[in-house]
Design a protein around this ligand. Structure first.
Ligand code: 13P
Length: 339
């Protein structure tokens, strides 16, 4: 198969009605933080046990088309001795991998950060592909305060995101392009909209410069929401209208699907917001999910590091995946939370 066909096959497998992506690619410091909240030590075995449990959830593939894994997970086995990427395939789920190497302060841009990981990326991708990964993820972050994000940070991050995407496509790996305008702070919804519009615009400008094939990538953006410390919060319909408004201005129709991150929204709000977007008029792209916390939080709380809780852990993940699958059709209601 040539590379374009290979990319298209992966896109077709990832972009399916009623399905979205599970982000289970927490870096070592992040998974340690998540485990600390349930009083579990972040050892290699605990990480393996937890992720193996999530991925072996019966029928997860009904609502999940792809899973983003952390590098370490690609080389780990399930309790039954099946390599975890192979377990995903058994579930009809495409395995992917987070490939950025986290972020650093951006020199001469106080308060801004730049994502690293381009050096040696081509070689790493070849290895990940051999381990079963068919798509990748790279996350850029943008902090909102009075002076950030600076134009320098917006342009520099867009450039690395586009270079990453181009390198992935050359290797037959579908890139998920993730610009995340953070929810932290007291800013208004309007400010989030203004910043996100400039960020997304710059990202697509850079993707164009680097000849990234828009049909063969996915966008993973934040939703347009007020800062989480802003007392004036809003409702899912307003979030949906503002988010779609900004995306329509910045994201070409050639992009097949927009898979939102949850970014610290509660699981219920993340589902309600996605549902509200899918209740608006049809858009040129699919509107889907690629949630980490919003899919995993109830499962993590159920698990608590104890295998006696395995069944309720899987039930909790299945339930969130199912509700987000329903939100893909705009048919979710709050009453479904109680069932
Ligand atoms: P959240 O949905 O928890 O924001 O995680 C998604 C993700 O992959 C962040 O990079």
């Amino acid at each position: 198969m040539n590379i374009q066909d290979e990319l298209q096959v992966t896109i077709d497998a990832l972009v399916q009605k009623g399905k979205g992506i599970l982000a289970a690619d927490e870096s070592s410091p992040t998974i340690a933080k998540r485990f600390q909240a349930i009083d579990v030590e972040s050892t290699e075995e605990n990480r393996r046990a937890y992720r193996s449990l999530l991925l072996s959830t019966p029928d997860l593939g009904e609502f999940i088309s792809g899973v983003i894994l952390f590098e370490e997970t690609l080389g780990q086995c399930s309790d039954d001795g099946v390599m975890l990427p192979a377990l995903c395939v058994q579930q009809d789920i495409v395995p992917g991998v987070k490939v950025d190497k986290g972020k650093l302060p951006l020199p001469n841009a106080p308060g801004d950060e730049i994502t690293q990981g381009l050096d040696g990326l081509e070689l790493r991708l070849k290895g990940y592909k051999q381990q079963g990964a068919r798509f990748a993820k790279w996350r850029d972050v943008y902090h909102i305060n009075e002076v950030t994000p600076s134009l320098l940070a917006i342009q520099a991050n867009a450039e690395v995101l586009a270079r990453y995407a181009a390198i992935c496509q050359a290797q037959g790996i579908v890139p998920i392009v993730e610009p995340e305008v953070l929810i932290d702070g007291t800013h208004s919804l309007t400010r989030c909209a203004e910043v996100s519009e400039v960020v997304f615009h710059e990202v697509f400008h850079a993707l164009h410069r680097h000849h990234v094939v828009l049909e063969h990538m996915l966008l993973k953006p934040n939703m347009i929401v007020p800062g989480k410390l802003n007392p004036q919060q809003t409702n899912p319909h307003e979030v949906a209208v503002q988010t779609v408004r900004i995306l329509r201005r910045t994201v070409p129709a050639a992009v097949p699907s927009i898979n939102f991150l949850s970014g610290g929204l509660t699981p219920e709000v993340a589902t309600a917001n996605l549902n509200a977007m899918n209740q608006l008029d049809p858009q040129p792209w699919e509107l889907s999910f690629s949630y980490g916390r919003a899919l995993q939080e109830p499962a993590l709380q159920a698990w608590k590091g104890d295998s006696a809780n395995n069944q309720i852990t899987q039930a909790a993940l299945y339930q969130r995946a199912r509700l987000n699958g329903i939100a893909r059709y705009g048919k979710y209601t709050e009453a479904m939370e109680c069932r």
